[in-house]
Design a protein around this ligand. Structure first.
Ligand SMILES: Cc1cc2nc3c(=O)[nH]c(=O)nc-3n(C[C@H](O)[C@H](O)[C@H](O)COP(=O)(O)OP(=O)(O)OC[C@H]3O[C@@H](n4cnc5c(N)ncnc54)[C@H](O)[C@@H]3O)c2cc1C
Length: 420
């Protein structure tokens, strides 16, 4: 399917990069994703040679640092091109592609906020991350809690999020002490060696929501086992508990109640929803392609089933909806690239992609009849994977309510500071 549009105009070099990503996705990521998906024990899957090989090869190619600025050793890939590459990777391996989306978060924030000047850990981390060719360094975003899910994005309530995870200032030691537990859904938590942690901060002068960017091996930090789940099984997810974890004040990324808290949250969620929508388009497109090939050769009623109008109509509707969703996602990425990210548009695009995506995957299973539910055929996996995309980075209900509120309360536009 032709994917260029007014919002996606790659250069020749970018086209070449996209071609490399396409080959890598089908030769390396796809087989690894299949192997991890079919392993019944998640911990075994994420330590398997197939998983480790796929991650190491991804890092060798630079896929872990695609979005990092070149000035920090990253590839500096534009958001519109990154979106395209993500769709290609996720067409073969959505769980591994999702892992690669969250992987650079810590490095990105170090680069965005110039943190490497603040603490040696940040400088060492950024250098080690960009040089990493084994898949050793990666990060996660720990925000949701066992009792705090959708309410994190509750735009109808003026109250700040009611975090149970708290950092209290310890005047005697001159450091913070963190206590609390983040939900079992934190993407890449099991693998991450650096955590963006959003919580309540009770500082020496003020209290409120804030954020730390901390090494994952601080004493008292305990990770749960990776969860066993329906789909996106190649994306590891786990709980993180903080038991009296002592943290130096230099690791406080966003002090209590600063405007930067909602700015950072909105920026992550705008880019995150554009990525989640892109994963949905990729998964549904992949199911579409597989079902189309099947429908062209499966004979019933004396002819290939694609020639039956009721079957053909499913492909027409799928193609129509995928084209519309992709175009909206391309526009969202284009706005991020221009420095005017639009949260409401990202939510709308992701909502459309995940809504039509689930319908498309269900229809593609239907096209294969009984064979559609068998693991040998990829549509079964697509149907399982896409459901998670309706919950990740805010449930569809929550993002719709927030986007709807912006129609009345003004556009949810996030101002982005320039890279150094
Ligand atoms: C694949 C995946 C990846 C994730 N990655 C991360 C991550 O990296 N970091 C992280 O911190 N968390 C992560 N999460 C957690 C995710 O953000 C939460 O699961 C999500 O925000 C929903 O919270 P909840 O599960 O507590 O559901 P709840 O908030 O309890 O919602 C339950 C149901 O109630 C509905 N609901 C809630 N409030 C309202 C309302 N006001 N009006 C109407 N309906 C409502 C919801 O839509 C949902 O259907 C991930 C989740 C998944 C599935």
């Amino acid at each position: 399917m032709e994917t260029s549009s007014p919002f996606f105009t790659p250069t020749e070099n970018e086209e070449a990069l996209i071609a490399v990503a396409r080959e890598f996705a089908s030769e390396v990521l796809g087989p690894a994703e299949h192997s991890v998906d079919t392993e019944s024990q998640p911990a075994k899957a994420y330590t398997s040679p197939e998983y480790k090989y796929a991650m190491a090869e991804s890092y060798r190619l630079g896929l872990h640092k695609m979005t990092l600025p070149e000035s920090c050793g990253g590839l500096g890939i534009r958001p519109t091109v990154h979106r395209e590459i993500l769709e290609i990777l996720a067409g073969e391996a959505p769980g591994l592609a999702a892992t690669l989306v969250v992987t650079p978060l810590a490095a990105l924030l170090i680069a965005l906020f110039g943190l490497e000047k603040r603490h040696k850990f940040y400088k060492d981390y950024l250098e080690a991350f960009v040089e990493d060719k084994n898949g050793t360094h990666s990060s996660c975003w720990a925000v949701t809690e066992p009792q705090l899910g959708s309410d994190l994005m509750n735009t109808e309530s003026p109250a700040p999020p009611a975090f149970q995870t708290k950092a209290r200032w310890n005047r005697a030691q001159g450091n913070y002490v963190i206590d609390g537990t983040k939900s079992a859904f934190v993407s890449n938590a099991w693998r991450a060696d650096s955590i963006l942690l959003m919580l309540r901060v009770d500082g020496p002068d003020s209290s409120g929501p804030g954020a730390f960017l901390v090494p994952a091996d601080l004493p008292g930090t305990v990770k749960g086992m990776p969860i066993d789940k329906l789909g996106l099984r190649a994306l590891n997810q786990a709980e993180i508990a903080f038991n009296d974890v002592e943290v130096p004040p230099e690791f406080l990324l966003i002090p209590p109640s600063e405007e930067r808290f909602s700015f950072t949250g909105r920026l992550i969620v705008t880019a995150g929803n554009t990525s989640v929508g892109t994963l949905a388009v990729a998964v549904a497109s992949s199911a579409y392609r597989q079902a189309l090939a099947y429908a062209q050769q499966r004979l019933q009623g004396g002819k290939p089933i694609i020639q039956h109008q009721l079957i053909r109509m499913k492909f027409f509707e799928a193609q129509r909806d995928l084209e519309a969703a992709r175009l909206m996602l391309q526009k969202s990425a284009w706005l991020i690239e221009r420095g005017t990210p639009d949260l409401a548009l990202a939510f709308s695009a992701r909502h459309l992609a995940c809504t039509v995506g689930l319908d498309i995957c269900a229809n593609m299973v239907q096209v294969l009849g009984g064979y559609g539910i068998c693991k040998e055929y990829g549509v079964e996996k697509a149907y399982r994977d896409i459901k998670l995309l309706q919950i990740m980075d805010g449930t569809l209900e929550r993002v719709a309510l927030t986007a709807a509120a912006s129609l009345y309360d003004g556009p949810a536009v996030v101002a982005v500071p320039q890279h150094r």
